[in-house]
Design a binder for this molecule. Sequence first.
Ligand code: SAH
Length: 344
Amino acid sequence: MTKEELREFFTDLGEKPFRADQVFSWLHVKKCTSFDEMTNLSKALREKLQDLAEIPHLEIADLQVSRLDGTRKYLLSLSDGNVIESVLMRYKFGNSVCVSSQVGCRMGCRFCASTIGGIVRNLTASEILDEVYMIERDTGESVTHVVVMGSGEPFDNYDEVVRFIRLLNDPDGHNLSRRNVTVSTCGLPDRIRAFADEDVSSELALSLHAPDDETRKKLMPIAEKYPLSEVLEACDYYFEKTGRRITYEYACVKDVNSDVRSAEKLGRLLHGRNALVNLIPVNNVAERNYEKPESEALAAFQNALAKYGINATIRREMGADIQGACGQLRRSFLKNGRKGAMTE
Ligand code: SAH
């Protein structure tokens, strides 16, 4: 519940609305997981809340810690037994958590492990929020950045994702600025436009992955539904409306989209836009046989883009020793059971 909904809830119970502010603070500042901890409420009220409400929280099913960079990859279980992944990455600028927005995904991107078993269900806003809170409870450190780049397509679960950001932003809650939240989408034009119009619109990353429709269709089934021109127009609208520069993610796959000609095409496509291209050397997934290009090829790609005035960064790999890419840990859990996920 948002703070307003919580106030209504307490008023309906015949309680004073300020109880809502107390509970909101217990949940979102102290991040507690039971009503028992809310010591400034009467015992009777705590018991009443226990009967009427629940605080959904996640349990750690598995945790892998990278020896290379301290990245922590969590396999978290939901109350219905499903599992999701969240990752904590430590940077100089702060702690960034990558959250999942769905159990599985139905977008079918060919290189992505999250989509192999299809979608199971959407996550609720509280579950997404507890990915962040769980990691804070576990590490005792605060999370300063959130990227909605884990498993799932956030705009396929639009309402809950927007509610999640709203709760995360609340000045009386975690108070995370929306400049520090990035939503990554495979490109659903109507939802991109709707998000531009929200009061919680944050940073936007578009999974572009190809410089033309033909190549994009080979990698992303969603490209059959929405041509690039429509997706890019929606991104332009996002920029006009919010003034936020869009990041275009580009997973570089050897022999598919990473030659200099593709870079030139991409340069022409994005030329004149205020764009940042993030080149992601594709992570090989057991079920797929895509390979990343050599580092010289990546550098040539980056240089070719620069000729069109397009800035590109090459994404630093983090947690490469712990199945850091989308959906890998959950896949091995589903294939091998709990023990397999720990040891694989
Ligand atoms: N559904 C959203 C967010 C989830 S994935 C989206 O499509 O943007 C976050 C990013 O990781 C996306 O750009 C996605 O295409 C990319 N990705 C997924 N699997 C990958 C892999 N094996 N290697 C490199 N990037 C991958």
